[in-house]
Ligand binder design. Structure first.
Ligand SMILES: C[S@@+](CC[C@H](N)C(=O)[O-])C[C@H]1O[C@@H](n2cnc3c(N)ncnc32)[C@H](O)[C@@H]1O
Length: 266
């Protein structure tokens, strides 16, 4: 074991792993034999994300199942969970849109009593993985097309970690992400905000009165993200965590303007 540890740390360090000691411990714990350890270390040296090798990622203090080819939940996304949890009350209908592994939904389920959680993603691999983390109500399809019609007008919290890397910047991401995570989980179009735009423009008819919509973004994109939200009649607020280096936009549904005709008026 001691020899395994020292040589595993050395191999990982030579391959450029910054947290070689921590990773060595995790890989040794996960291995079932010396041959298995050699296989796991070789995967890591080839650049496969540690979480996909182990089959889990730590997120909000929980182990989230992560299957090969599924986006690895990032610590920074815990900000979305904190913000959504602060807004949700018992019985709230919560949708984790673009759910990937379902990390956000799983963390909310663990933290909140009695929420009615639903999740959706357009990638079958993500849907399969999310079902392992949060159960059956994970739907497959393009954004709102995936949701059952019964949720229309009833969603209290719509939380989404949409892809938001500008297309040109995907090539500059670490090889771990570029090679082992699907491009569709990363690429948010020319300015990174294409999916966020579609999310915001489609959200209204699904949200209940007083509902909240939250999505992650970057410091550089946040001003544009706020404009997108304000342009669709939501009241936006920026949430920021220096500790997690995370930025999110939190929006609430504004009441209809008095100068707009009411559906009840004759
Ligand atoms: C950045 S990952 C986030 C995954 C997860 N929410 C998390 O934080 O770990 C974005 C996810 O959005 C999904 N996605 C991309 N475009 C989508 C679309 N048009 N409709 C539904 N899901 C989409 C991808 O498959 C991917 O799982």
């Amino acid at each position: 074991m001691t020899a395994d540890y020292a040589s595993t740390v050395g191999t990982l360090r030579n391959a450029g792993c910054v947290f070689a000691e921590d990773e060595a411990r995790l890989l040794i714990d996960a291995a079932t034999s010396a041959e298995d350890l050699a296989r796991l270390v070789q995967k890591r040296v080839s650049g496969e994300p540690l979480e996909q090798i182990l089959g889990w990622a730590e997120f909000c203090g929980r182990r989230i199942v992560v299957e090969p080819g599924v986006f690895v939940p990032r610590r920074r996304t815990e900000l979305l969970v904190h913000e959504a949890a602060a807004l949700a009350s018992t019985g709230a209908v919560v949708v984790d849109m673009c759910c990937g592994s379902g990390a956000v939904g799983a963390a909310l389920l663990a933290r909140l009593n009695g929420i009615d959680l639903h999740a959706a993603d357009n990638d079958p691999a993500a849907v399969h993985c999310a079902r392992r983390n949060i159960g059956a109500r994970v739907y497959e399809g393009d954004l709102f097309d995936a949701l059952p019609a019964s949720l229309r007008g009833r969603v209290n919290i719509l939380v989404a970690n949409v892809p938001y890397v500008p297309s040109d910047a995907v090539a500059t991401m670490p090889p771990e992400a570029r090679t082992y995570e699907p491009r569709s989980a990363l690429d948010g179009g020319a300015d990174g905000l294409d999916i966020a735009r579609r999310l915001v423009s489609g959200a209204r008819e699904w949200l209940a009165p007083g509902a909240s919509l939250l999505f992650e973004t970057s410091k550089r994109q946040v001003a544009t993200a706020v404009d997108i939200i304000a342009g669709h009649g939501f009241a936006p607020r920026v949430a920021r965590s220096e500790e997690l280096d995370a930025t999110a936009v939190v929006a609430t549904v504004l009441a209809p303007r008095l100068d707009q005709p009411s559906r009840l008026s004759t």
